[in-house]
Write a protein that binds this ligand. Sequence first.
Ligand code: F6P
Length: 515
Amino acid sequence: MTRTRCDRTPAWGRLQAHYDTAGRGFDLREAFAADPQRFGAFSQSAPHLFADLSKNLIDAKTEELLLALAREAGLEAHRDAMFAGEHINATEDRAVLHTLLRAPASMTVPPSLAGELAQVHATLDAMLAYAERVRADHTITDVVNIGIGGSDLGPQMVVRALDAYVAPGKRFHFVSNVDGHELAGVLRGLAPEHTLFLVASKTFTTAETMANAHSAKRWFEQSGNVDIAHHFAALTTNVEAARAFGIETTFGFWDWVGGRYSLWSSIGLPIALAIGPEGFRRLLAGAHAMDEHFRTAPLVQNLPVRLGLLDVWYRNFHRFTSRSIAPYHSALQRLPAYLQQLEMESNGKQVDASGAALPLGTSPVLWGEPGTNGQHAYFQMLHQGTDVIPLEFIAVREPAHDLEGHHPKLLANALAQAQALMVGKQDAGGHRNFPGNRPSSFFVFDQLNPEALGAFLAMYEHRVFTSGALWGINSFDQWGVELGKVLAKDIEPRLASGDTAGLDASTAGLLARLR
Ligand code: F6P
């Protein structure tokens, strides 16, 4: 594996010089005035998706230097190593093969991965056959997914996003929090004999999920029901633990699927139940089309690469610390939360792959709400605040409803916000002036259908891969979540006993107050 951290490449210095001379003072309005072709030059189609990057603080020279940076950092070799199944997740000594989950059975893969691909399809076929049976089983009216992080956010976000494709007759619930209010609230509306629980956990050891799964099982058994086999299924790599829990129906996956990259695996069962096996295959097909784009398109027309490079430019040269996601589609309500885990858990790192401290910023903060709601809340700060926060607009050409007049209003707002951020207003005086020159990207789907969503999510995965590769980090581990888990185990019995020995004064004081 030959990777060079981006700040150690010759292109890095050239980019810094370019930033100092042309980047810092770059003005979008001047750039559009000077170049009538700018929209065409900085927008592109990719599978199932159109992306306009022209309202970003880049010129042709910036992109040229960023592409040189990618080449010098060894991005292409690192990408190929991932697809080849090399153990690029070095701290866990694992391959990173979520792309294999969406590869067609007939695809030619390296001989070392042929066995994995066959297993992927055998599991997928079994999982989809089960989904078909449950969809036809009208005694099951409610499906409860119990899982957290990657075992919750992906399936939940996709089931909500593809609401227009969800067959009537079943309701879908997602319980993630160890806070009993969540599970209790869901159980209150359920009848055990009509409920299917899916216990989703890659490790089958996650404290929150296990607590919720045990409580759900107790609730089920206390109601006099015994048919666990019909009412519980597990989605996990830890088949043994699921069996020990008492679940017979288990769909497995593999350690080379990271939790935040797992919606394409058996963790996607709620999606298959909601939109059907065909819909799930369409989601996979959209993602695969994007995988092929990322794997084979020249870097200059490779959308995830261009976006990942833009992220490096903004984070390390402009030093923007945040990015806001603005999906102009209410069904994409959970998308910002999903992308938070994808990007911040992957790239929120302070050491490089060799363990050396990084001298540069990594993951920005991602956040957002569907438009137009955000406009009436925090867009004030985006337009007139003191920080520049790049925005990401997502708009869909054809709505899935026929309410008259709504969609043009929605689209007009998306376009107007991006325009206002860029153009600004200088002649209104004082409080009414807008600085403008605030960057945004704009993504367009023809429809919010399974293929388009699959392609968009895969695009985001590869974009996060790109910036992580340049920063020289391991985007596929998550050691940063461990310390809090360990300390919670120590604190929990203290809440019962009141023992505060050895705790810092603040934790001790709060513990006493919470008992
Ligand atoms: O604590 C973080 C994490 O490990 C995530 O990476 C993961 O998606 C989540 O917990 C859930 O893990 P599991 O699927 O093993 O229950």
